[in-house]
Design a protein around this ligand. Structure first.
Ligand SMILES: [Mg+2]
Length: 231
């Protein structure tokens, strides 16, 4: 049997990410608290993010523009230039904030590498930001390939597997998002291990949880090597 290729999602699988967005969103609420309650801000921001995904894709830049549009909308266009500048600074701070690997990630990746698995990162978001995060994570040398994509759907995974000449049966995807990391890979005939993160971005929630196929779930990333050995 071929030793499977193991691919890891980046955000909230290899390193913390959603906590950074949640922290920034709290600042947005504080800045706009004079205009509307937090629930209105959250609802408006999510609607803006959804609408902007098709235009800007995933990542901090699109999120920053969505925060600015939210500020304009909930303030009835009375938000000041100084307040908008603060939102831009919040976005810039996200791009330069330290990359915090999830506990145990380096040991897991190193042990899979020692076993001889080919290892990949498959992540979506701003190209520049994601490349920089892989580099800053300190894990880059352990991976044979890093794929930064605009969407994680079946077509994307099929193209990656074709390019690297990997059969779906010899591929395992490890990630925190059922919608992006698990379902498309299972649909292709690959393997997937779900490692939930404490917070899931609303847009990553799987649409219809009633119809989900059986999903392998790890309590933490530390359990992943054992689960892969048992596949
Ligand atoms: Mg993720």
């Amino acid at each position: 049997m071929t030793l499977p290729t193991i691919a890891f999602d980046g955000d909230d699988t290899l390193w913390h990410n959603e906590t950074l967005f949640a922290g920034t969103q709290q600042h947005l609420r504080d800045i706009l608290a004079v205009h509307v309650p937090a629930e209105t801000i959250d609802r408006t921001l999510l609607a803006r993010e959804r609408a902007n995904l098709a235009l800007f894709g995933y990542g901090v830049k699109g999120f920053t523009l969505s925060m600015i549009e939210t500020a304009i909308e909930v303030s009835d266009a009375t938000v000041t230039a100084a307040e908008i500048q603060r939102l831009i600074e919040l976005g810039k701070a996200m791009l330069s904030s330290p990359v915090n690997p999830i506990d145990g990630v380096d040991a897991v990746v190193e042990s899979l590498k020692r076993r001889g698995h080919r290892l990949m990162v498959i992540t979506k978001g701003d190209l520049f930001d994601q490349e920089s995060k892989v580099a800053r994570s300190g894990l880059a040398d352990l991976f044979d390939a890093v794929e930064i994509v605009s969407e994680k759907d079946e077509a994307t995974y099929r193209a990656i597997l074709d390019r690297h000449e990997i059969a779906p049966a010899d591929f395992v995807m490890v990630g925190n998002s059922i919608r992006s990391d698990i379902l498309p890979v299972l649909a292709l005939g690959g393997h997937a291990i779900h490692v939930p993160y404490a917070i899931t971005w609303a847009i990553e929630h799987a649409d219809n949880t009633a119809d989900l196929p059986p999903i392998l779930k790890a309590g933490s990333i530390a359990e992943v090597p054992e689960m892969i050995a048992g596949l």
